[in-house]
Design a protein around this ligand. Structure first.
Ligand code: SF4
Length: 211
């Protein structure tokens, strides 16, 4: 049986935020998200009805093409990508991209952490939400914890989750102001100044006005 997933878009760009900012990457944006963040900037991805189901091998071939043009890694994002079983897509990506060089492209996943991890990614970016707390399994396995800051309560949430991750492997810690949110800018900036374990993440692609 052909495995398919609903795809909003895929494109070759630069990673705009977080630990891998500025690096060439191929993005696959899957449709479907039930997390419901009021400030979401990809609300168009919430429903899968409007998007085509794409064969995972076609997505893997598009990933290979992007790698041949310079992409360092593929980012599977959404929507909430882990609402889907990512094993067929990630297996296809590893198989197809390892075909010529025996070196599979690294697979990154960006998630809110509300679902079980699938796809065995090599990098997990956890962007948790206060109203839909992440699973402990994702906190244990994430490589970067990126908390969006709008108000003081978000800083408290970030501190609490960072303490939890100290019991496991310690991820890189990022505070990212909500887009166009002056209060969030100031809170995140001042907090990072006096808390050296944290770094500031900004959405460089939005500031540059590129995809
Ligand atoms: S989890 Fe991400 S895609 Fe889903 S509503 Fe929140 S910000 Fe939007």
């Amino acid at each position: 049986m052909v495995a398919t997933l609903p795809v909003v878009e895929h494109f070759h760009s630069l990673q705009g935020e977080g630990a891998h900012v500025g690096r060439s990457a191929f993005f696959i944006r899957l449709a479907l998200c039930k997390v419901g963040c009021t400030w979401c900037d990809t609300k168009n991805s919430w429903s899968e009805k409007n998007y085509p189901q794409k064969d995972v091998f076609d997505l893997a071939k598009a990933t290979l093409e992007a790698r041949n043009k310079g992409a360092n890694f593929v980012v599977i994002t959404g929507g909430e990508p882990l609402h889907h079983d990512l094993n067929p897509l990630c297996d296809a990506i590893r198989d197809v991209t390892a075909w010529e060089t025996h070196q599979a492209i690294p697979i990154h996943i960006e998630t809110s952490g509300v679902d079980t991890i699938s796809g065995n990614p090599s990098w997990i970016t956890l962007s948790p939400k206060r109203h839909a707390r992440p699973k402990i399994e994702v906190l244990k396995r994430c490589h970067e914890l990126k908390v969006i800051i709008h108000e003081v309560e978000d800083l408290l949430f970030a501190e609490e989750l960072a303490k939890t991750t100290q019991n496991f492997q310690e991820p890189l810690l990022f505070l990212q102001p909500g887009w166009n949110n002056k209060k969030g800018n100031k809170l995140a900036f001042e907090y990072v100044k006096s808390n050296p374990n944290w770094r500031l993440s900004v959405q460089t692609h939005k500031w540059l006005g590129v995809l």
